[in-house]
Design a protein around this ligand. Sequence first.
Ligand code: ATP
Ligand code: XMP
Ligand code: GLN
Ligand code: MG
Length: 548
Amino acid sequence: MGVASAEAIHSQYDSILILDFGSQYSHLIARRCRELNVYCEMLPCTQKIAELDWKPKGVILSGSPFSVYDDGAPRVDKAVFDLGVPVLGICYGLQEIAWTFGGKVDPHDRREYGKAMIDVVKTGNAHADRLFDGEAEQVQVWMSHGDQLSKCPEDFEVIARTSTAPFAALAHKSKPIFGIQFHAEVTHSPRGKELFGNFVTKICGCKQDWNMETFIDKEIARIRELVGPKARVIGAISGGVDSSVAAKLMHEALGDRFHAVMVDNGVLRGGEAKQVYEMLSKGLGVNLTVVDASDLFLGRLENVDDPEKKRKIIGNTFINVFDEEVTKLEAQAEKEEAEALKAGRQHEAKGKYEYLMQGTLYPDVIESISFKGPSATIKTHHNVGGLLENMKLKLIEPLRELFKDEVRELGKVMGIPAHLVGRHPFPGPGLAVRILGPVTRAQVEILQQADAIYIEEIRKAGIYNEISQAFAVLLPVRAVGVQGDKRTYDQVVALRAVQTTDFMTATWYPFTYDFLSTVSNRITNEVQGVNRVVYDISSKPPGTIEWL
Ligand SMILES: Nc1ncnc2c1ncn2[C@@H]1O[C@H](COP(=O)(O)OP(=O)(O)OP(=O)(O)O)[C@@H](O)[C@H]1O
Ligand SMILES: O=c1[nH]c(=O)c2[nH+]cn([C@@H]3O[C@H](COP(=O)(O)O)[C@@H](O)[C@H]3O)c2[nH]1
Ligand SMILES: NC(=O)CC[C@H](N)C(=O)O
Ligand SMILES: [Mg+2]
């Protein structure tokens, strides 16, 4: 493992460190840096600089729900200012810098939320003026604060103000320390990208070389070094974007020392197991076993109505099936290794399975290390995390530094077709969380048909990529209808389509009436057992994206 950290990404690219004080926008700071092709990592604000095993080219302090004068307000490690690299504080970050350097921060009677115009102040100090280099005299920004600086610390000067905030941005007179009261990281600050550009490239001097082409080579080298010349790796593959891209990367790095396992749990989309097999095995040359465990899953789901019970059953059954498959693969690998050694084919002998690959993404990592601590469980999201406790395999996560759009880009660069890497996410518990009421094979088939029609129409209308996630839901109610002069008493399908950037909040997609009417007609005409279609116009919150 020591070898892997020597090769860690932050030592291969000029990297920015973001210290998270718990702002709802913290991850957007990371997005902004990445968008500029500069690598960054986010750590909780409690990180001790002395314990960091790499040196950032610059540090950004995020906003926070706290006030700097609160008891128990999170404090920045002062060593940040002795690193000798530029520091930028955003909102709370600015207030924390001011507080640290002897300024004053108070609650303010004129709180500022939303759009604001800042006046850029040219100080004549070229060093201080760099942050707003190239900006107009007035810049539109987004504010979200109730506290305000009432006294600028000595050694700092004002580089921007608004009509209510005299200290909208500060710069240290001689050191590269800056602070902005507004949130340059949100899209509502239209010049945000340029401002971050000034900081990370001009002030920190970061090279803009973080891109998926260079990432591939470095990551392949890192995987090879980590796994060594003989060991093998197992991957749990759902056919979703993340695990498919991760599998392709592992395959490039290790060839047939990587073996993927996909579990058909009986609640996949129509024809999905076959499609995934075609794509990964035939298309990308990945070693893949598809385990058909649909009878086992559907058997255990019989008569289960409660959403959390469904999730638990699927999660646990998944672990059983996967475990069993790993045991089989391990036995096979040991046999092969022994045979090769016995026959004197030393060089051909492949080792044992030592690693389990997971498709963990950076948002999952951020979530789990966040300063904010664990949030209330809304629903139990199932992934392979539960496997680790009783497995001796070590974990390998080739995508753990990447955001979803970077994963899609990576997939494209590695030659996975665009329509596959652009696919909407699909949850581990699959259609079981889209069938309200008990899950049966008959219900699964109805939903598979309705969902396929819906997605086909979305693709035909050319709006698939505008929508973040779309799917059909089968409701546990029956309604009376009339079809071909006959009374029907059939089920209802609800359509869901949302737009979102982080899946934490979402808005429903504004389809045209024509589109909705086409889908409704097709589903009621083509899917036996459905006589009504409704469209879900709930955002998240108060709804969640899935219905269960
Ligand atoms: N049916 C399955 N068989 C094997 N592994 C699975 C299955 N379902 C889920 N997994 C594992 O759980 C992980 C988490 O699933 P998740 O849906 O977050 O990612 P994904 O399916 O790879 O990508 P996407 O977000 O596009 O759906 C997957 O990466 C995969 O390792
Ligand atoms: O891998 C997964 N395992 C799960 O158990 C699971 N539950 C929900 N989702 C997906 O997560 C996103 C947010 O969904 P919710 O708003 O319904 O919580 C949406 O993209 C959901 O599809 C899951 N993904
Ligand atoms: N967005 C923020 O960082 C807010 C900081 C502080 N809580 C304030 O209200 O001013
Ligand atoms: Mg998935």
